[in-house]
Design a protein around this ligand. Structure first.
Ligand code: FES
Length: 97
């Protein structure tokens, strides 16, 4: 089984990171992408909150949260809950779905 993770920084005063993490989790479920089978192998994607992703300029004082896809090593800055559908679509595209 392959594990993929979406790390979301929650170290903003606004608390937007918690809302972003919830929105991404909800969208993964809505798009049925929490767990998929690719080439016979199960691929599971989990959302995990964290305290900092070293993108503070775009996160701590900005309108959204920093997000990173692992193991893709793709960073997103200033992510807001409304961005969750697009982010999850991009995640699916990276899986070739
Ligand atoms: S405080 Fe969010 S990336 Fe540092």
């Amino acid at each position: 089984m392959l594990e993929r993770r979406v790390f979301v920084c929650t170290n903003q005063k606004s608390g937007v990171g918690e809302d972003v993490a919830k929105a991404i989790k909800k969208e993964l479920k809505a798009q049925d992408l929490k767990s998929v089978v690719l080439n016979g192998e199960k691929v599971r994607t989990q959302v995990q909150t964290c305290n900092c992703l070293d993108r503070c300029k775009h996160c701590k004082k900005g309108p959204g949260a920093a997000v990173v896809l692992y193991p893709d090593d793709v960073y997103y800055n200033s992510v807001q809950p409304k961005d969750a559908p697009r982010l999850v679509q991009e995640l699916a595209a990276r899986l070739g779905l």
